[in-house]
Design a protein around this ligand. Structure first.
Ligand code: BGC
Length: 266
């Protein structure tokens, strides 16, 4: 039991068929929220099955969830997604812009233009399309929370991932600007910057002992985080316990942002 109350809150968590999104969906449901589990496309049967499994496990645990599909990089699909959620849940109280991709590692001078654009379309435009739809509804009810999942790479530059780092830094400023636009309407907008969390997105790194050691050295706590360790913070921020918080980023990174390399020397 989390000790956090989201009873009856209607929450969409984008990209909740795996990784952080899945853990957030499960924690929210545990706190009593009605959860819209989202994945990208029924054309990908593995994702569809994974999303349906998340929904089923929430329902089996006594929670409430339903599965929805949409490519969030397409504005018209996002519009239909929110209409479908209206139809099932009667509106939305919490949006977690979690869906994201880091793309293929490539230096700016060598990378593919389309690949760069795809990352920004999902990580930044996708969050924008979803926030736009959510805010139209939240403004009417004078209540709501938007959580944007950024990354430590909203702060730390990352060679080979300029699209990802730029999108995440953009999402951070988007968070602050929306918070400013909506504070007087009773809406809170926050970001969580996860560090290295053990999820499918970085599996190639943590499944190899050599790259795992290199990553652990970049974390003050010396280990990767679990999706649950991000999900509990998300549940707290989305709840009324965080009623005086808006427009800021909370890092959940085991101390990646305190430059552990500077413990010695300098
Ligand atoms: C990325 C991970 C990476 C972490 C730390 C995250 O935003 O998704 O792949 O391990 O940042 O670099």
């Amino acid at each position: 039991m989390l000790g956090i109350d989201l009873a009856g809150r209607r929450a969409l968590i984008t990209g909740s068929c795996s990784g952080l999104g899945r853990a957030i969906a499960e924690a929210f449901a545990e706190a009593g929220a009605h959860v819209a589990v989202h994945y990208r496309s029924p054309a990908n049967p593995a994702d569809q099955a994974a999303a349906q499994a998340v929904t089923a496990s929430i329902i089996q645990a006594g929670g409430m969830a339903q599965t929805f599909a949409a490519d969030i990089s397409q504005a018209d699909q996002v519009e239909s997604l929110f209409k479908a959620i209206d139809g099932s849940f009667g509106g939305i109280d919490i949006l977690v812009n979690n869906a994201g991709m880091d793309g293929v590692r490539a230096l700016c001078s060598e990378g593919d233009i389309g690949a760069w654009e795809s990352v920004v379309r999902v990580d930044l435009f996708g969050a924008y399309y979803c926030a736009r739809e959510a805010l139209q509804r939240m403004n009417r009810q004078k209540r709501g929370v938007i959580l944007n999942i950024t990354s430590v790479h909203e702060f730390i530059p990352w060679e080979g991932y300029s699209a990802y780092a730029s999108a995440k830094a953009g999402l951070s400023m988007f968070t602050k600007t929306l918070a400013q636009e909506t504070a007087d309407a009773g809406i809170r907008v926050l970001a969580i910057a996860p560090g290295a969390i053990q999820t499918p997105i970085n599996q190639s790194v943590w499944s190899n002992p050599k790259t795992l050691r290199d990553l652990d050295e970049k974390i003050a706590m010396g280990r990767l985080g679990t999706p649950r360790e991000v999900a509990t913070v998300a549940a707290f921020l989305a709840s009324d316990l965080a009623s005086y918080m808006t427009g800021t980023t909370v890092a959940v990174d085991g101390g990646m942002l305190i430059y552990p390399e500077f413990r010695h020397g300098g």
